[in-house]
Structure formats: C-alpha cells, structure tokens
Write a protein that binds this ligand. Sequence first.
Ligand SMILES: *Cc1c(COP(=O)(O)O)cnc(C)c1O
Length: 381
Amino acid sequence: MDNNATTPIHPRVADAVRPFLDGLFGNPSSLHFAGRDVKEPYETAREQIAAIIGAKVNDVVITSCGSEADNHAIKGIAYGAGKGHIITSAVEHPAVLTCCRYLETRGFPVTYLPVDGHGLVDPADVKDAIRKDTILISIMYANNETGTVMPIADIARVAREREIPFHSDMVQALGKIDVDVTALGVDLASFSGHKVYAPKGVGALYIREGLALDNLIHGGHQESGRRAGTENVIGIVAFGRACELAREEMNERRETVEGLRRRLLNGILERIDQVRLNGHPLQRVPNTLNLSFEFIESESLLLALDMKGVAVSSGSACSSGSSEPSHVLTAMGIPGPLCQSALRFSLGCENSPADVDYVLDILPGLVEKLREMSPFYKKTF
Ligand SMILES: *Cc1c(COP(=O)(O)O)cnc(C)c1O
C-alpha cells in the first residue's frame, strides 16, 4: 500500500520489453539493421506516452526519471532567461523544491506559495505573486503525500494571461486522473515511468511546441537535440506500454482503487477513534489516503505494519529516513504532533479487498498498543 513511492512492473509491460532483453539490443541512432529494429518500437512508445497526456508526439522528450524532467523544465527556463523570479508552492516534490532552492543560491529569487488546509494553491495567490521579472510558475497537479489535486487549468490561465511559462509536475496524476496537457493549458509537464507500472529510470517531459527551453544534458543529437544520451530503449518501450495500459484501463483502475480506498477509510474510522483525514476530501486522486493517528509516532506504526507485511509510508519516501515532519502537512497548517502521526496508504492495481480487510483486522490492535504507551492518550470509546 505504498504505490505512490513506486509500483510493481505490470506483467504486460514485462512482456513488451522481453524481446529487448533477448537480443534486440541496437542503438536507435545506428543506420544499420540493429538500429532500425529498435527505432520503430522506441518511436511507438513516444506515441503511446503522447496519447495518454494529450500531447503532440514531437512535444514529448524522454528523460531518465521524473526528477530529471522537473530539473530540465525549471533549470531549462532559468538558464535560458539568465535571471528572473520563479513562483512555486510550498508543497512540491523535493525534485522541484530542491531545484528551486539551488537556483536561489544562483541568484534566482523564488516565491514559495502557501496552501490552504486541504493543500490547495489559490490561483489568485499565483496572480498576486507575479512580478515584472517572473520567468516561470511551477505547481504540481496531484500531491504525492496527500493526493490533493490542484486547480491546474485556472493557474494555467493566470500564467497565460501574463505570458509566463507554466510547468506542472504531473507524476502522481498520470494513470490516476485525466491528464490532458493541451486542455489544461500547461507549457511543461513532468512524468515518471515507475509510478505507472513501468520500471525505474525513465520519465518524460512535455514541452509545448514553440517554447524556448535550454538543455539540461548536452551531448549527442538524441531526442531531436533536446536531451543527449543513448536512448534507454527498454525503459522507454516499457513506459510506452504502461501508458497504453493505463489509458485502456484508467476507468476500471480508478473505480477499483477508489472502492478500496473507501473501504479502508470507512473501516478505519469505524474501528479507530481520533483519526484525522489529511488532504482534500473530494479534489484528490483516487488511490491516496493520508491519515493522522493521534498520540502515535507514525514511524512506530509504520514499523509495526512492516512486521506484519504491510508497506505504507510516513511523509514521503523521499523525505523518510529523516524524522523531520512532512513539509506538505506543515504547509497545510497541521499542528506538529499531527504531522508526526501521519501515515500514507497509497493503493494500486495489485491491492485486493482482502488486503484492505487484513489491514482493518490488524491496525486497531497496533494503534491501541502504541497509544497505551502515550502519556497523553485518553480513550473516547
Ligand atoms: C516520484 C515523484 C517524482 C520523482 O520521480 P522519479 O522518477 O522517482 O525521479 C517527482 N514528483 C512527484 C510528485 C513524485 O511523486
């Protein structure tokens, strides 16, 4: 139940890449037969990625991961402009936040917009933050910790009115809700393979036709000269196939996962008192459930669930290992102790109702045991 951290490789994705493990090894840039044999599947994969995000095929650049796509978008605009102001939000993924903090040390002022109690950025705040020298706005579509979905189309409209490039990290939205970069009106958007049942090490950046963007990785002429490096054929073919499956199965997946999430949430609320839901109750991706279990250190509950074979996350995978409270929940105004007691369940295609019921069986006992150790806990029922 930690599918926002990563997903298993879908068996049909594995089937699609098998020929490339078993002999199809050419370099797509080669003019001979071995190169030609991989060139076509590689371009098919780009079409599959373009199709699910509503982009023109030539506007999709393959990267090595979602983090690279974020860095390419943000540094590409910043380096191209040479100087200027950047607007982002306080709840972005570290791939965006850390990149912006780095650019601050290089002389680019950054505004980190606040969010409301549900984790939403107000488009009016974006408008107010725009300065004469603003060069980029970067706001994520779906938050990885809470699942809250941002009003991207409204923010894009604000950006377009002022002719400021707008980037959105859409890694957690892909395959979960409709993603149409054209309809949403974004100029740049980031995606990652391993969050949609493809392997790790492949991502994509949508670059709207005509947008000027500096390169991040210089070298050969791959990706129409926009991203050097011999193509990760296996990763790209897998990502393409994963996008095709996600497109075919989106509604079915959405319904299944939403049903499981509801079963998990209702079950927990029936069985355990003093639990708080974090994130927007309606504007959210279907698979993510972020809950604060009052009087408990989430790390202890995570480890107790781990011993029982259940994988969940406290904060996000990228910030765990540190006992810092989540920057996302903190920005939402959630008090420190409730941030420290937040646990994220993120469901995926492989979860079943039996998995949910198993968690509902063991969780109340684990919570009770941990709460009994807290000097502050008072039973309410
Ligand atoms: C996972 C994730 C990323 C980073 O993607 P990688 O492919 O792991 O580098 C970026 N943004 C969000 C919202 C994510 O969830």
